[in-house]
Each structure stands twice: as structure tokens, then as C-alpha cells.
Design a protein around this ligand. Structure first.
Ligand code: SAM
Length: 242
């Protein structure tokens, strides 16, 4: 469990929205009861609601969830842990996690997701990552992150997050959907994004200053006009309760 309350103020200014293709893959959503775990500031919540989902957003972070409420005043939101949800058994059509499943206690998360889903209900989890590997500014940025943040490495972008669901025996996992897109972003917004990463936010003030300074130098040297185009991929896994 790790609340993002420390970065609640700036989180959304740095983070990109998710491609429409992700939400298209989750259809039908109109009228569906959707429990969205680790909803944060509600970036995905709003897209799901626009498609007609009856959504309940939950998150362990009260401050970050309040940002979601401020952006969508009618949003049904509850401070809760995805490892022990305050929801009844067998009700949800879909439980979903936008860059959040990995935060939930792996000893409980599959059983909890299966518990709240109706028979045949769906699980979905997706993650967006920059994939400019091979570009020197990007590889050097990762080199700096990996040396400053022990336990964090670029290979974590490639984890098969559905593996635990398969092993639980509770879900049938579908083929992964990969959406490739280009992110157009200012250097300032990119740096807000870097600052909102949990492994950056966790550094001591001095380590933080050094790493963020180095990352800022790298992107400004590569994108002197302040406008960045960065290849991205969003990976979506879906599964059905069996
Ligand atoms: C990377 S953020 C993703 C936020 C949002 N879904 C998005 O796409 O921008 C992860 C979120 O998971 C929340 N979180 C961490 N541990 C959690 C848990 N055990 N149960 C519910 N939410 C959790 C954090 O507070 C944070 O808001």
C-alpha cells in the first residue's frame, strides 16, 4: 500500500490520459457497475463515466481522492484498500486498475477482486510507459534513475501483470492489448510527471534535487525548444472471473 497523497497537488498536471482504445476494449460500459481501484485524481474514472459506467472510485489516499472529487463533484468515491475492499460480494461487473494493481497486496488482491465480482465479471489493469529505448537521452535518464533509486529498473515496465491472476485459478486471462502512441508534452509537464513517480518522491531532499536536476538537463539538451515527442505504449490486460 502506498498513498500518492504527497504528490496529490501536482500528480495530474504531469500525467497523460489513457488512449481511447483502452476504454473501447472495456466495452460494454453503459450501466456497468465498475469498481476502480487506486483511482487517484480520477484520470481513468472520468473516461469510464463518460462511457456510461456506474463507477465507484476508491484509493488509499484521501488527499488524492479529494482531487478526483473536485474534478467530478458527483463522483462516488471511498477511501479504501484494494486488499480489503468495503464492498459486498458478487456485485461488480468490472473491477479495474489504471496503473494501480501493482500497489495492492499480492497476498489478497486476486481473491478480493474475485470476491466483489459477479459471476463472469471482468478484471482489467493497464499501464502506460514511455518506450524511447535506444534514444540516448532516454537511456541516460533511466541510468540516472536506476542508480539513484535502488529497486527501480526499466525492466519493470515489462512485467506480466496477469501472471498472478492466472496462477490464482480464479480468472481466465485474455490476450494483452498493446496500444502504441506518441506523447506530445512540454519539458515542464514531463518533469512534473517524473516528480510524481513514487520512487522519485521517496528520495531524500538532496538525492531528489540531484536526480531531478540531472533528468531536467538531459531533456532540455535533447529538446531545446521545450517540446517533446515521446513514444509510449499502454498495455492492457483483461480477465474474466471463472
Ligand atoms: C500510479 S497511481 C494511479 C492513479 C490513477 N489510477 C491514474 O491512472 O492516474 C496509483 C494509485 O494507487 C493508490 N494506491 C496505492 N495502494 C493502494 C491500495 N492498496 N489500495 C487502493 N489504492 C492504492 C495510490 O494512492 C495512487 O493514487
Amino acid at each position: 500500500m502506498h498513498s500518492f497523497d504527497r504528490v496529490a497537488e501536482t500528480y495530474e498536471s504531469g500525467r497523460p490520459a489513457y488512449p481511447d482504445r483502452i476504454f473501447e476494449a472495456l466495452e460494454p460500459l453503459a450501466g456497468a457497475l465498475v469498481l476502480e481501484g487506486g483511482a487517484g485524481t480520477g484520470i481513468a474514472s472520468r473516461a469510464l463515466i463518460e462511457r456510461g459506467a456506474r463507477l465507484v472510485a476508491y484509493d488509499v489516499g484521501r488527499a488524492i481522492l479529494l482531487r478526483a472529487r473536485a474534478a467530478s463533484p458527483g463522483l462516488r468515491a471511498v477511501v479504501a484498500d484494494g486488499g480489503a475492499m468495503p464492498f459486498r460480494d458478487g456485485q461488480a461487473d468490472l473491477v479495474c486498475f489504471a496503473q494501480a494493481w501493482h500497489w495492492i497486496d499480492e497476498r489478497h488482491r486476486c481473491e478480493e477482486a474475485a470476491r466483489v465480482l459477479r459471476a463472469g465479471g471482468r478484471w482489467a489493469g493497464w499501464w502506460s510507459h514511455a518506450r524511447a529505448d535506444g534514444e540516448s537521452w532516454f537511456d541516460s535518464s533511466w541510468d540516472r534513475v536506476e542508480s539513484a533509486c535502488p529497486g527501480t529498473d526499466r525492466g519493470q515496465r515489462d512485467i506480466d501483470w496477469a501472471d498472478g491472476l492466472r496462477r490464482s485459478g480464479l480468472f481466465a486471462v485474455d490476450d494483452r492489448v498493446t496500444v502504441r502512441w506518441t506523447r506530445h508534452v512540454s519539458v515542464e509537464q514531463w518533469m512534473l510527471d517524473e516528480n510524481s513517480k513514487s520512487y522519485v518522491a521517496a528520495l531524500s531532499p538532496e538525492e531528489h534535487r540531484q536526480l531531478v536536476g540531472a533528468l531536467d538537463d538531459l531533456v532540455r539538451a535533447r529538446f531545446p525548444d521545450g517540446r517533446m515527442s515521446v513514444p509510449y505504449e499502454t498495455w492492457l490486460w483483461t480477465a474474466h472471473k471463472i
